[in-house]
Design a binder for this molecule. Structure first.
Ligand SMILES: Nc1nc2c([nH]c(=O)n2[C@H]2C[C@H](O)[C@@H](COP(=O)(O)OP(=O)(O)OP(=O)(O)O)O2)c(=O)[nH]1
Length: 327
């Protein structure tokens, strides 16, 4: 049996999101959740969301966009629950706990998955992650120029940076990472290191503040559970099996590639947007589109269910810089 639940993320003018507490006499009693509920038979998702938000909060929904859809199979009840979460982008009225439920407005970065039903974990991650993810190109020797260009990219609003420098030794990487980490902190951007799993597990870069890990699909396949060390764990995926494994080890997000033909991997067979959306639909974690994409593909990627796009070339220098360089 399939049960479909819709929920809405309502945001106030300072970016805080509204969460509500579940009653004591229902499953997941006392947990916090995003307001919403079960769809009625034949009910369209947005109509169901509008009904639930009126019943629970006394507001009138006028616009919403998909954020993420996640699912859970319960082997005991043989029930699959689909939870589709929308960002509420416009509504009328003032939210109230119409059913006596407590309400809280929270900074998304402070949401604690332990206070929510387990299915909300990827939903919370989706709220905490930006929609653009920069992968740095291979550094070519001039570290100062590399860091300057990174700063320009951060100034365009990049909030998630993957430092990828395959040609550097661990020692060289650590030196560069110190500077990159300082720069990312200055712009409040999240930073992940793309290094072999063994180096990351050895704690080679532990002295460098506040970084997460990014693992290749090959390294992901070595994991049997989420490593305890990084606060943020990103993984590269190319297949449905990779995505399943990423969700099993509770990675925070995946980069799924290549969506389109790309110069960096000319021999790889592109997924195309249709297959990309099919894979994202059951991924159970936030997924970025990677491979031959840039900012101009962001809206399309999100329409395909993605968190956003990840790119090297497409985000390292933005279009205006390209034009300035060309001119
Ligand atoms: N609304 C909501 N439900 C969630 C979230 N996360 C999550 O696992 N769920 C699950 C819990 C429940 O199994 C199911 C929602 O069912 P529910 O019984 O609360 O829905 P409802 O409001 O239609 O309740 P009712 O009228 O039938 O009493 O979805 C979430 O963030 N929001």
């Amino acid at each position: 049996m399939i049960l479909t639940v819709v929920a809405g993320v309502i945001t106030d003018s300072s970016g805080r999101v509204l969460i509500t507490q579940r009653r004591a006499d229902v499953p997941f009693a006392g947990c916090w959740e995003f307001p919403g509920g079960k769809l009625n038979p034949q009910e369209a998702p947005l109509a169901g969301l509008a009904r639930e938000l009126t019943e629970e909060l006394g507001i009138t929904l006028t616009a919403a966009q998909p954020l993420i859809t996640v699912h859970h199979d319960n082997p005991l009840t043989q029930r699959r629950l689909w939870l589709s979460v929308y960002r509420v982008t416009a509504y009328h009225g003032q939210p109230n706990g119409c059913e006596g439920q407590p309400l809280r407005w929270c900074d998304p970065q402070t949401l604690d998955p332990a206070e929510f039903p387990p299915l909300d974990r990827p939903v919370i991650r989706a709220l905490q992650l930006p929609n653009l993810s920069l992968i740095t190109p291979e550094p070519t020797g001039d570290v100062a120029a590399f860091v300057r260009q990174l700063e320009r990219a951060l100034q365009t609003g990049i909030q998630l940076v993957q430092l990828r420098a395959k040609s550097l030794t661990d020692g060289e990487f650590a030196q560069l990472a110190q500077q990159v980490s300082g720069m990312c902190q200055q712009y409040s951007a999240q930073l992940v290191f793309n290094r072999p799993l063994a180096s990351l597990q050895r704690g080679t870069f532990n002295a460098i503040a506040h970084h997460g890990w990014h693992l290749t699909a090959a390294d992901l396949s070595q994991l049997t559970q989420r490593p305890t060390a990084p606060a943020l764990l990103g993984v590269s995926c190319h297949t449905a099996a990779d995505l399943r494994h990423a969700a099993q080890v509770e990675a925070d997000y995946a980069l799924l590639s290549p969506v389109q033909p790309t110069r960096s991997h000319p021999d790889a067979q592109p997924l195309g947007w249709e297959q990309f959306s099919q894979l994202v639909a059951t991924a159970n974690l936030p997924v970025y589109a990677l491979g031959g994409v840039g900012r101009e593909h962001l809206i399309h990627a999100q329409q395909c269910g993605a968190q956003g796009i990840a790119a090297i070339r497409g985000l390292w220098r933005d279009q205006s810089q390209h034009q300035a360089t060309a001119a």
